[in-house]
Design a protein around this ligand. Structure first.
Ligand code: UD1
Length: 422
């Protein structure tokens, strides 16, 4: 099993090109199932989760693969409408095939995704959304079985009581081929949803309002082959900016969408980093010790839960104390005991972590628990005195493309090692 060995204390310096967004690529690849033709998606990151989605699509009879960062899917002839448990259990985003399969075949069977390391992650809104479009949904042997009414899905007016990226995307995909108009109220506004809608429109869908809380989808008879460029990954970007900030470094992130990460840049400035934006480049310099701030996760355009752990790593070495409040996933704190191993001073009560900055962290053995928690451990290790080992980095490979190579490229002392044991 792979681990990272990190020797901390080197200020990072250099330039990184931001990769394509994982959380936009996954639903777009699932949406390719709606198209009886070919999809060319550029700027797809090479990640374990993308490979899992490729295997899910392949299991359904679509052909697909990468050339460089371009992903081609041919879903002209699909073989089935059942996404099996062995793949779905490894990646919650597999639930994204539910809407496309239901719309295209009139039925779908998708294994119920499991909970995550940081607590339960329900799919009730996905199910309610499909039911609103007229589908009968039941749970059978651990699978979600959805069946469209005779004549196919029907447009509907639905309002989510919680803003959900996944449920918004799933209903949007299903509604593309439904009869009549669907209106989603309290729709998620994340850039990933906008990218998905833009992709579907490029394939002939009629979606309006993406990026606002009211999305309107007028059903069309079919979608057609298309090409699309994925958006840059604002979470990867935030992670690399945090890496520069925690080491007192200076980096430039190229091919970014600064408009997708305004609040993250503001929080970094609040902590004392100098952040400059020029067209699609973001430049960060951290010449002094960071100052503590309070961070509260919110739906977009609020502070992303997917950067909560990384900012907790920053607060661990900042001057003063700050509160980290998690409102999206109240249990998402598996990184706290691991950061403590590195010397962080964190007190956790319910969904609020009180972090008191320490003068220095010290290297230790720590274990990854999920994608973003692992990247927070990498950041903390980059700042720690001495050597750290981060184990089970397969979690990080799910969401970051060759993170150790890219960090080493801007001066980090980090290497991947194969270690025995868990
Ligand atoms: C997506 C992202 C994930 C990110 C999350 C929140 C992908 C592949 N993953 O996950 O990285 O952390 O958005 O920004 O894009 N909820 C329900 N019922 C449902 C669905 C969700 O109650 O059926 C709740 C969740 O428990 C959570 C909130 O809604 O409290 C938001 O979750 P959601 O936006 O759906 O997250 P995902 O789409 O799973």
């Amino acid at each position: 099993m792979d681990a990272f060995r990190v020797r901390g204390g080197v200020p990072l310096q250099g330039t990184i090109e931001v990769g394509g967004a994982k959380n936009a690529a996954l639903p777009i690849l699932a949406a390719a199932l709606l198209i009886p033709g070919r999809t060319f998606l550029r700027r797809v990151p090479h990640l374990r989760d993308v490979e899992t989605m490729r295997r899910v699509l392949e299991g359904l009879g679509a052909r697909g693969g990468y050339t460089d960062h371009c992903f081609e899917v041919d879903a002209t002839d699909l073989a089935g409408h059942e996404a099996p448990w062995d793949l779905v259990r490894t990646m919650r985003a597999s639930i994204y095939v539910l809407g496309p399969l239901l719309a295209r075949f009139g039925r779908a069977r998708v294994a119920l995704p499991g909970g995550c390391a940081w607590g339960p992650r329900p799919v009730d809104l996905h199910i309610k959304g499909m039911e609103a479009l007229g589908a009968q949904v039941s749970l059978e042997h651990g699978d979600i079985l959805a069946v469209a009414p005779p004549g196919g899905l029907r447009g509907a007016h639905l309002a989510f009581d919680v803003s959900s990226v996944g449920a918004t995307g799933n209903v949007m995909m299903a509604a593309c081929l439904a009869k009549g108009e669907t209106v989603i109220e309290n729709a998620a506004r994340e850039p990933d949803i906008v990218a998905l809608a833009d992709f579907l429109n490029a394939a002939g869908a009629r979606i309006e309002g993406q990026g606002t809380t009211t999305v309107r989808i007028r059903g069309v008879a079919s979608l057609h082959s298309t090409e699309f460029e994925n958006i840059p990954d604002r979470i990867e970007l935030g992670t690399y900016l945090a890496a520069a900030a925690i080491t007192g470094g200076e980096v430039t992130l190229e091919k970014a969408r600064p408009d997708h990460c305004g609040i993250v840049l503001d929080r970094l400035r609040d902590m004392g980093a100098q952040v400059l934006v020029e067209a699609d480049c973001i430049h960060l310099r951290a010449s002094e010790r960071l100052r503590a701030i309070d961070v509260t996760t919110q739906v977009y355009p609020g502070f992303p839960t997917d950067l909560q752990a990384q900012f907790m790593a920053l607060l661990s070495v900042a001057e003063g104390s700050g509160l980290v409040t998690e409102t999206i996933y109240p249990d998402r704190f598996t990184h706290v005991p691991e950061l403590r191993r590195l010397g962080a001073d964190i007190q956790l009560k319910n969904n609020v972590a009180a972090v008191r900055g320490v003068a220095a962290l010290s290297g230790a053995h720590v274990t990854s628990t999920d994608i973003r928690a692992s990247s927070a451990l990498v950041l903390a290790a980059l700042a720690a005195k001495g050597e750290s080992w981060i184990h089970r980095v397969y979690h990080i490979d799910r969401g970051y493309e060759r993170i150790e190579v890219r960090l080493a490229g801007i001066g980090a002392d980090i290497v991947r090692e194969s270690v025995s044991g868990p």
